[in-house]
Design a binder for this molecule. Structure first.
Ligand code: AMP
Length: 398
């Protein structure tokens, strides 16, 4: 069965068409600037990438262009819509309602809408993508795969904040965690590589991309993760601050004459390694380049980033009373050997012994970067959230 995987943002939409049995990507692409003007990038497997400007006033037109591209006589990969058996949608926030993926019904859409408050930038956009697909592909089953679902196994002690309990009761203020599809996919893969049962290993996953989070996966279940009610908590990220003393918010608001919206804008968009580096970049290619040329702030940004990751690993090793393996994934985790080396330099006490040659070698590909026989094994495992969504979708619609 061919499954269309959709990741819909407020003005963009990423898609992949995957043959769920062979797990082959038949085509992939991106619609950008939806509601502004519109641009479609489309690439069939083994074919040239095509970029075309197309008017996309809403997501419905964007999806229609995706369908047209996939079924195009010359560059398409299927003859008609009937060859697309299901659609898997990435939905960011499932709140406490969704601990696993579900087939989308009117009731599910309503429940997702009820989580809009918790992810105001993402969930409404995700739902628009669902509705546009429903309109253009009536009768095709749709599945919702939630970023938060994998972390619903966290115990209360991990998800409750030290706040008045009534905020949890009234507003569901608690840790939810994100990147669940990725944490689940790579932790499972690591168990396979180690030839161990998934429900018998203690894994720490470092998903280090533009957004970044660490999770503790004990016997196949997430027991803690660094992102919280929102994806702002935890690690220092591309432009997000991660953990700070909450009192800094009032202090800076007064000094800089900012309201809460202004402060949130600083914490989400002007902080992280971008802010720390004095605005050089949020991209680690630029930061490592600047550091190599002697830029002090770029060096500090990279040091703070790696130190925070190492501290979370220490915390999660404590939470699980040990760790068998650590996985690096996502853009930075898969590619930036300098960050991996820095993080591992703090982990000797756990029994991590980095193999410097292997660490340099594995960029964007799967490999083990600790020395043979090492007590705690460290892996680079490329994440594949689209494939994970396709697998979940197949399992539910089969
Ligand atoms: P992601 O959010 O997983 O797509 O990761 C995006 C981030 O990964 C970028 O901002 C870069 O900092 C980093 N990244 C991706 N590819 C590379 C690469 N080849 N070398 C260094 N950093 C990379």
């Amino acid at each position: 069965m061919n499954i269309l995987v959709i990741n819909c943002g407020s003005s963009s939409l990423k898609f992949q068409l995957i043959n769920a049995e062979s797990e082959e990507v038949l085509a992939k692409g991106l619609c950008e600037r939806i509601g502004i003007d519109g641009r479609l990038t489309y690439q069939p497997a083994g074919g040239e990438k095509e970029i075309s400007e197309k008017a996309m006033p809403t997501h419905t037109e964007a999806i229609q262009f995706v369908i047209d591209a996939l079924t195009n006589e010359k560059t398409g990969v299927v003859k008609s819509l009937s060859e697309i058996g299901a659609v898997g949608h990435r939905i960011v926030h499932g709140g406490e309602k969704f601990a696993s993926s579900v087939v989308i019904t009117e009731e599910v859409k309503k429940a997702v809408e009820e989580c809009n408050d918790l992810a105001p930038l993402h969930n409404p956009a995700n739902l628009i993508g669902v509705e546009a697909c429903e309109k253009l592909m009536p009768g095709t089953p749709m599945v919702a795969v939630f970023d938060t679902a994998f972390h619903q196994t966290m115990p209360e002690k991990a998800y409750m904040y030290g706040l008045p309990y009534e905020y949890y009761e009234k507003y569901k203020v608690r840790r939810y965690g994100f990147h669940g599809t990725s944490h689940s996919y790579v932790s499972k893969k690591a168990a396979e590589v180690m030839e161990k049962a998934y429900d018998e290993v203690k894994t720490i996953v470092c998903h280090l991309g533009n957004g970044a989070s660490v999770s503790a996966v004990l016997n196949g279940k997430s027991v803690d993760t660094s992102m919280g009610l929102t994806p702002l908590e935890g690690l220092v990220m591309g432009t997000r601050s991660g953990d700070i003393d909450p009192a800094i918010m009032e202090f800076i608001a007064q000094k800089e004459n900012l309201d809460i919206e202004g402060i949130m804008n600083v914490l989400n968009k002007k902080s992280g390694v971008f802010g720390l580096s004095g605005g050089i970049s949020s991209d680690f290619r630029d930061l490592t380049g600047a550091m190599a040329e002697g830029d002090k702030k770029a060096k500090i940004a990279l040091e703070v980033f790696a130190y925070r990751v190492a501290k979370y690993i220490g915390a999660y090793a404590a939470a699980m009373n040990g760790v068998d393996d650590i996985v690096f994934t996502a853009g930075i985790g898969e590619n930036v050997s300098y960050v991996r080396e820095q993080v591992c330099s703090y982990l000797g006490y756990l029994g991590v012994e980095l193999d410097p040659d292997a660490n340099e070698k594995f960029r964007g590909e799967q490999g083990e970067i600790t020395k043979p026989g090492c007590k705690v094994r460290v892996f680079v495992i490329p994440t594949n959230e689209e494939l994970a969504i396709a697998r979940e979708t197949l399992a539910l619609v089969k």
